[in-house]
Design a protein around this ligand. Structure first.
Ligand SMILES: Nc1nc2c(c(=O)[nH]1)N[C@H]1C(S)=C(S)[C@@H](COP(=O)(O)O)O[C@H]1N2
Ligand SMILES: [Mo]
Length: 391
C-alpha cells in the first residue's frame, strides 16, 4: 500500500470529529499528510451544511447493528475496514476458518466442496469495488457507501469447475445467517440469500472475496468468504457465503421478491403501470458530500457510483447558475467509486443551494428527483441531491 491508499488515520478522524462539532479545525490537522482527494489538506476546514440537523449522528460500529459513514469525513480513497458501512439483516454469524466449507450444489456435473485453504490456493485476483446499499439515500446523507480493494477467486472459474447443466436458470447464493420469518402465518428458518441469472453470474469480474484492503475479510463484512458483484447494489454481495446452488426455477426469497424491491410508476410499452423490480445494478448517481474552505477559496467535493459504464462528465450547479464541469479524481477504476472536486471561485457570503449531476458516455444524465418515474419506495435513491450551505 502506498501512502495515498492508506485508510484513514484514526487520530485524524478524531480531529475531524471534534472539528465537526465546533465548526473549526484543530491546529493539529496541519501535521497530517495530504491524502488523496477529497481529504482535507493543510489549512482547509469544512463548511457546515445547513441541511444536516445538529442531531445527525453516525452510529458507531456495534455488534449486529448497521453502521454508516459521515460522508463529510471521507478522507481517503479506500474506506477503512473498521468504518466501511455495515448492513446485515439476520445478525453477524461467526464462522471458524478451519471448519468453513463452501458447497456448490444442484444442476452441476460435479457437486463441489471447498475449504478456505482450497479457495485461497486457487488463482486469485484483486480489484477495486465501491458500492452502496440499495437503501442508501439522502435521509442519511448517503452514508451507506464504501470503496475497498478486494482479493478473491473468480466465481466463473468455480462454476465452470462444477459444470452448469443444460436447462439451469438461476444460481442462488446462501449465507449462513438464518432467522425466523413468518410467511403466510407459518414461521420458518430462512437464510439470507440472493440469486443471479446464469448470464449475470458468469461475468468475469464476479468474485468470491477473502481479503479486504489487504486484510483477511473482517467478521462483519462476511468472514471468511463473500460474494462481490461489481457495479451492483450491496445487497447482491452475499456475506458469510456457504452454498452456491444451481437450479432451473426462479429463486423467490425475501431479498429478491419482497425486500429490496423498488416500486415505481413507469411507462410499459405505452401503458402506465406500477412496476416492482428487484434491486440489481447501481443506477447512475452522484452526490455532494462536503464543502471545504481554505484561505477564502472553496471546493465542492463528492462521489459518483454506477454500474461501471465509463463517465463523460460530472458537473456542479450553484443556485440558479449554469452547470459547471467538476474534476474527477483520476485515482479510480471501472467499479470503484469516483471522487470529484469543483473549485468554487468567488463563493459569495450567504446561503446557497448546490447540486451535482453525472453523465455517462452513453449520454445518460443523472435525473432530478422530479424527472424520475414516480417512485414510492425508498430503495434506489439516485436522483440529484441538492444540498444547502452557508458561506
Ligand atoms: N449473508 C448476508 N449477506 C449480506 C447481507 C445480509 O444481511 N446477510 N446484507 C446485504 C446488504 S443489504 C448489503 S447493503 C451488503 C453490505 O455489505 P457490508 O456490510 O460489508 O458493507 O451486504 C449484503 N450481504
Ligand atoms: Mo443493503
Amino acid at each position: 500500500m502506498n501512502s495515498e491508499d492508506k485508510p484513514q488515520d484514526k487520530g485524524r478522524r478524531e480531529i475531524l470529529q471534534r472539528a465537526l462539532g465546533t465548526g473549526v479545525l484543530a491546529a493539529g490537522v496541519a501535521t497530517v499528510p495530504n491524502l488523496v482527494l477529497p481529504a482535507l489538506a493543510q489549512g482547509e476546514s469544512l463548511v457546515p451544511f445547513t441541511d444536516v440537523p445538529d442531531t445527525f449522528n453516525v452510529r458507531e460500529v456495534r455488534p449486529n447493528s448497521n453502521h454508516y459513514l459521515d460522508t463529510r469525513e471521507i478522507t481517503s480513497y479506500f474506506t477503512d475496514n473498521d468504518d466501511f458501512y455495515l448492513v446485515q439483516h439476520y445478525g453477524q454469524p461467526e464462522i471458524d476458518n478451519d471448519s468453513y466449507r463452501l458447497k456448490v450444489t444442484g444442476m452441476v456435473d460435479n457437486e463441489l466442496e471447498f475449504s478456505l485453504q482450497d479457495l485461497m490456493g486457487k488463482d486469485n485476483f484483486e480489484q477495486q469495488i465501491g458500492f452502496e446499499c440499495g437503501g442508501n439515500g439522502r435521509r442519511i446523507f448517503q452514508g451507506l457507501i464504501g470503496n475497498a480493494r478486494w482479493k478473491g477467486v473468480s466465481l466463473k472459474n468455480i462454476l465452470q469447475e462444477a459444470g452448469i447443466q443444460a436447462g439451469a436458470k438461476e444460481i442462488v447464493f446462501f449465507g449462513t445467517d438464518i432467522a425466523k420469518e413468518t410467511i403466510r402465518e407459518r414461521e420458518v428458518d430462512k437464510a439470507f440469500a440472493r440469486s443471479l441469472s446464469i448470464e449475470d453470474a458468469m461475468r468475469t469480474e464476479n468474485m468470491l472475496a477473502f481479503e479486504m484492503n489487504g486484510e483477511p475479510l473482517p467478521h462483519y463484512h462476511g468472514k471468511p468468504v463473500r460474494l462481490l458483484i461489481p457495479g451492483w447494489y450491496g445487497v447482491a454481495n452475499v456475506k458469510w457465503l456457504t452454498q452456491i446452488h444451481v437450479q432451473n426455477t426462479r429463486y423467490m426469497g425475501r431479498f429478491m421478491g419482497r425486500d429490496y424491491v423498488t416500486l415505481k410508476k413507469d411507462n410499459i410499452g405505452g401503458v402506465e403501470r406500477w412496476v416492482e423490480n428487484s434491486v440489481t445494478a447501481m443506477n447512475l448517481k452522484s452526490s455532494i458530500i462536503r464543502v471545504v474552505e481554505s484561505g477564502g477559496q472553496h471546493k465542492i467535493q463528492g462521489f459518483v457510483l454506477n454500474d461501471g459504464t465509463p463517465l463523460r462528465s460530472i458537473e456542479v450547479k450553484v443556485d440558479d447558475g449554469p452547470w459547471e464541469r467538476a474534476q474527477l479524481n483520476p485515482r479510480s477504476s471501472k467499479y470503484s467509486w469516483k471522487l470529484f472536486n469543483y473549485d468554487w471561485i468567488n463563493a459569495a457570503p450567504g446561503e446557497h443551494t448546490i447540486v451535482s449531476r453525472v453523465t455517462d458516455i452513453n449520454g445518460n444524465v443523472q435525473a432530478t428527483q422530479e424527472e424520475l418515474p414516480e417512485q414510492v419506495s425508498f430503495w434506489e435513491d439516485f436522483g440529484q441531491f441538492p444540498r444547502t450551505v452557508t458561506i
